[in-house]
Ligand binder design. Structure first.
Ligand code: OAD
Length: 241
């Protein structure tokens, strides 16, 4: 199937689907200029995840971890949603049931106008108190280090799911519900290597969904999906509307 045929096939499936789920990863924000994690210039090529994105790293050196998040906050604050984010925001009103599941923490889906959205890895613009656990919005760039909770004075951490931490249970349940009942699952710009999101395509496929992937490169999901469209998310998603 050539690219145009693949796009038309997915478009036709979407137009008939009452229930749609979408899973996005760093690739959708790459078209806004946000670095991915595992590509040629990916963050995990230049930084060690175990020094920056684990609870142990934060316990060891909260200042270092916050400096890294401040650098990312500054980078992301200068970026805007691209036509891929905007297409998904429009898509949610075209289906009776819709859920956009993102692994991204950059907030660009919400900025694009998506509401039926779950940010399974958290959000870089939220902080959580390590003492009282309260979650609050924080858009400071840079955030004063070390940041402290306005309610109890405890140390604040990024409201992000780090390696070795579980996803929020109700959020995961919401994802599972959408994956079990969707007629179409679109997987956009994710390497498909990080669990549990890496299991979402096989779960939806086993439940009978038509599964399509949009990615610049083949991924572990490419063998399993019904249609794989190779290309930029920011170019292809608008064509699916
Ligand atoms: P990765 O960096 O692992 O993968 C990005 C994927 O996007 C790759 O498969 C690229 O081929 C693809 N890609 C790049 N540019 C693209 C474009 N313009 N259009 C379409 N596809 C493109 O990012 P994720 O799969 O999102 O965790 O990584 C998963 C998690 O690992 C992240 O959420 C992050 C990281 O550690 C947390 O932040 C907790």
């Amino acid at each position: 199937m050539d690219r145009e045929e693949a796009i038309q096939t997915v478009k036709a499936r979407l137009s008939q689907a009452g229930a749609v789920a979408v899973l996005t990863g760093a690739g959708i924000s790459a078209d806004s200029g946000v670095p991915t994690f595992r590509g040629a210039d990916g963050l995990w090529r230049n930084f060690k995840a175990e020094d920056l994105a684990t609870p142990e790293a934060f316990a060891r050196d909260p200042r270092l971890v916050w400096e890294w998040y401040n650098w990312r906050r500054e980078l992301i604050a200068a970026k805007s949603p691209n036509p891929g984010h905007l297409a998904l925001a429009r898509m949610e009103s075209q289906h009776a049931r819709f859920l956009l599941i993102t692994q991204n923490v950059d907030g660009l889906h919400r900025a694009a106008g998506s509401h039926k959205l779950v940010e399974i890895h958290g959000n870089i613009w939220k902080v959580r108190c390590t003492a009282c656990k309260q979650v609050t919005d924080n858009h400071d760039v840079p955030i004063a280090i070390p940041p402290s909770c306005l309610s109890c004075g405890g140390l604040l951490r990024p409201h992000i799911v780090w390696f070795g931490e579980p996803l929020d249970e109700p959020t995961l349940d919401q994802c599972m519900g959408a994956l079990a009942s969707c007629k179409v699952l679109l997987i956009v710009g994710t390497s498909g290597l990080v669990y549990p999101a890496a299991s979402f395509a096989p779960i939806a496929k086993a439940a009978g969904a038509f599964v399509a992937e949009i990615n610049l490169d083949p991924t572990p999901n490419s063998q399993l999906v019904d249609v794989s469209i190779q290309g930029r998310a920011g170019e292809i998603l608008p064509e699916l509307l």
